[in-house]
Ligand binder design. Structure first.
Ligand SMILES: [Zn+2]
Length: 241
């Protein structure tokens, strides 16, 4: 499933992997065609985003989407604490800033969508006292390729896990390899929000790095699996609109 020759991805060694400029959007310049009207999402021109480089927005019922424009993460505010989903390095400390913008409750849980550094490479900002939930394969990969910025999961599962925290349910599901082994679906049924990272990217025809998927058949199937959920909001890890 995971070849021993698989190349590890570390935050320090591959800055260009997520070292995108212009917040991940194509460069606007003399040599480039003009961006079409409505190309940028509405928050992009906001004073807050231009000043701080992140945008946070409640989707529904305490479920928040947070973005650095190139990269998306999420968190859920519950009665007992905050459950964070991913921590991209492009957000870094801004992940904490976004949470502190809306609540003074502590982060108690962190969910890793998958093991890639560009989506969880800032997870150490949450400190050592959080429960980190991920698929078993994600933990195995992080054990094989240790990275202090991606602390090891403290709780894993194989097929399904319902995480209940402070009155909020999050249904975690693994349906097999797609973008990479261990990439999970995270569904919030009360809020009808689905998080599934690096499979489809809202605003683009397909996930722009679909060829980075390790299992192309699984990646195709994952798109149908997304549509099996009853969701009103989707967090895909990247977006263009
Ligand atoms: Zn990825």
């Amino acid at each position: 499933m995971c070849q021993s020759s698989q190349i590890p991805i570390s935050v320090e060694e591959t800055p260009s992997f997520y070292g995108i400029d212009h917040y991940g959007f194509p460069r606007a310049g003399a040599d480039d065609p003009l961006d079409p009207a409505g190309y940028y999402p509405p928050y992009f021109q906001s004073e807050h985003f231009q000043k701080y480089g992140y945008h946070v927005e409640e989707l529904r019922g305490g479920f928040y989407w947070v973005t650095s424009a190139g990269y998306d993460a999420a968190f859920v505010v519950t009665e007992e604490g905050v459950v964070a989903i991913d921590a991209p390095p492009t957000l870094g400390e801004n992940m904490l800033a976004a949470i502190e913008d809306v609540t003074d409750r502590p982060v108690t849980h962190v969910i890793y969508s998958h093991w890639h550094a560009d989506h969880i490479g800032a997870a150490s900002v949450f400190g050592p006292d959080v429960e980190i939930v991920a698929h078993r394969i994600t933990k195995e990969l992080l054990e094989r390729f240790p990275d202090p910025k991606r602390p090891l999961p403290t709780r894993t599962f194989d097929d399904e896990l319902v995480l209940e925290v402070g009155g909020v349910s999050l249904h975690l599901s693994y349906k097999g390899e797609n973008h990479c082994p261990g990439n999970i679906f995270i569904y919030a049924p009360q809020q009808k929000v689905l998080t599934a990272v690096d499979i489809v990217s809202p605003g683009s025809v397909t996930f722009m790095h679909c060829d980075a998927s390790q299992n192309i058949t699984g990646w195709y199937e994952a798109q149908s699996q997304i549509l099996e959920y009853d969701f009103d909001y989707f967090v895909g890890g990247h977006h263009m609109h």
